[in-house]
Design a binder for this molecule. Structure first.
Ligand code: SAH
Length: 484
């Protein structure tokens, strides 16, 4: 048996966009992933389906797995020959006990690698507009733990810290905040020294509070500051108001679930992130080309496509059979909507008809009169919406339906507990979501069109929002109407 290997991977401070490329690459090839409580939901959701997932963080009141136990798990999995990823919040070596794990691995001669991560000590303040250094204000930064190994308050030399004049960053300090402020004041720092705390930095739930060494304790109590938080002491702590940027983005503070299939989610997720949302990709369906031979393509006056996946699968099958798109001869091309039309154009096929409303019924109603006297070939998904064929039939169209691919449900790696909304781009994503999570587990369903919304209503989502037009931008607009 080949020996396994362990990668200590920094997952970053929360936002999935702050996981490194190397971290993601390593995760994708892992056989087992051992993860902590502070790893962001968006990162957890990236864990590949094939990997064994071991949660060693605190969950539902249970205590976290003790450090020695975690080390035993890493060693045991690696000795089984597995590729093991040890996924930790922030950077593995910043109060992450990465060194202890390496010591345990070395004892057993297990190969290891460290993938650095973006540490919350710097990223949480910066996401809240606090630069940890600033010309003229702070020439050094110091990262300090407020807790000892045994869980008590750290025995810190506050007098030394007070003399440094740099930015002080306390981790694990949310509950020790009063002691920290008092000790620094007692050690000689001015009570007017700016101080701030950033809770759950880089996530949708990020909060910043600010004051001075004299006032922050009271402010934190009133705001009910909770862990995880970084406490910032020093002149830069006053800059947040001036430099903050995140809260001005239109979707800041929203945690959203994207349910599109793997490999199709990117564009929607990127648009949402650009508007400030925290995005968790939970692919609820996947599509697979059917093992079929394409029918003869000549003799039709119209060929219709109902999704970009359909277009891609069509070309995939065509290539596999060594056939040529010119077989379609003079047939005109219809597409259900914008994305489908774009997929066709990208492959050099001009689109002759796209309905005003992007759904099956509208495609059928618009196409039937155009194709009168000729034959239509509809290339689509197996078990697609029956509305399309019902309307074609009702309009007396002469059509053939051919299934290119099928949709199957997926089980996403993780479900975020506190998401604000899920976005659905088809009725099948709604069904996949409900199948994966056992019900309408988020309050709001944002749906790309009427059929999708009807499916969401059938499954009992509390609030359903429907895009005015079946486009991603229009879908995103349904989220921007909130008065939050
Ligand atoms: N290795 C981690 C730190 C682990 S210690 C890193 O490099 O970030 C755990 C502490 O990190 C928490 O108590 C808190 O102080 C801080 N922390 C982690 N994630 C945070 C976040 N998103 N926002 C604010 N503080 C965070």
């Amino acid at each position: 048996m080949t020996a396994g290997k362990v990668w200590l991977v920094g997952a970053g401070p929360g936002d999935a966009g702050l996981l490194t490329l190397r971290g993601r690459e390593v995760m994708e090839q892992a056989d087992a992933i051992v993860f902590d409580r502070l790893v962001g939901d968006g990162v957890l959701a990236m864990m590949p389906e094939h990997a064994e997932k071991i949660n060693v963080g605190k969950e539902g009141g249970r205590h976290p797995v003790p450090q020695r136990e975690i080390e035993k798990i890493l060693v045991a999995k690696a000795l089984e020959g597995k590729k093991v990823v040890r996924l930790k919040g922030g950077d593995p070596f910043v109060f992450g006990r990465g060194g202890e794990e390496i010591e345990a691995l070395k004892k057993e001669n297990i190969e290891f690698e460290v993938v650095p991560g973006v540490t919350s000590a710097i990223a949480a303040p910066s996401a809240a507009g606090i630069p940890v250094t600033h010309r003229g204000l702070a020439a050094s930064l110091h990262i300090i733990t407020a807790h000892t190994k045994e869980g008590g308050i750290a025995d810190t030399d506050y007098a030394a810290l007070a003399r440094l004049g740099g930015t002080l960053l306390f981790l694990m300090g949310a509950s020790a905040l009063p002691e920290i402020c008092a000790a620094l004041t007692k050690a000689g720092m001015s009570p007017d020294t700016p101080a701030a705390a950033v809770e759950r930095g880089t996530t949708a739930r990020q909060r910043r509070i600010e004051g001075t060494l004299a006032t922050l304790t009271e402010i934190a109590a009133r705001a009910e500051l909770r862990s995880p938080a970084v406490i910032i002491v020093g002149a830069v702590a006053a800059l947040g108001k001036e430099f903050e940027w995140k809260k001005f983005l239109p979707l800041s503070g929203r945690k959203l679930i994207v349910t599109r299939p793997r490999g199709r989610a990117g564009k929607l997720s990127a648009k949402l992130r650009a508007k400030g949302a925290e995005v968790v990709e939970c692919p609820c369906i996947s599509t697979r080309a059917l093992d079929v031979k394409l029918p003869p393509l000549s003799g039709y006056s119209w060929i219709g496509f109902t999704s970009a996946t359909g277009v891609e699968t069509f070309f995939e099958l065509l290539a596999k059979e060594g056939r040529d798109v010119r077989e379609t001869g003079g047939a005109k091309i219809a597409a259900i909507g914008k994305a489908t039309a774009e997929a066709l154009r990208a492959r050099g096929l001009a689109v002759d008809y796209v309905p005003e409303v992007y759904d099956g019924a509208s495609l059928a109603d618009g196409l039937a009169p155009l194709a009168a006297g000729g034959k239509i070939l509809m290339l689509r998904a197996k078990d697609g919406s029956p509305e399309l064929t019902e309307h074609l039939r009702a309009a007396g169209a002469d059509f053939t339906e051919f299934a290119l691919y099928e949709t199957t449900y997926e089980k996403p790696a993780a479900l975020p507990e506190d998401a604000d909304a899920a976005l659905f781009t088809s009725a099948s994503t709604v069904r996949g979501f409900v199948a994966a999570f056992g019900g309408p587990v988020v309050k709001t369903a944002c749906c790309i069109g009427r059929q999708t919304a009807e499916e969401a209503a059938r499954h009992g989502f509390e609030e359903i929002r429907t895009a005015a037009k079946a486009t991603l931008d229009s879908l995103i607009k349904t989220l921007e109407v909130d008065e939050r």
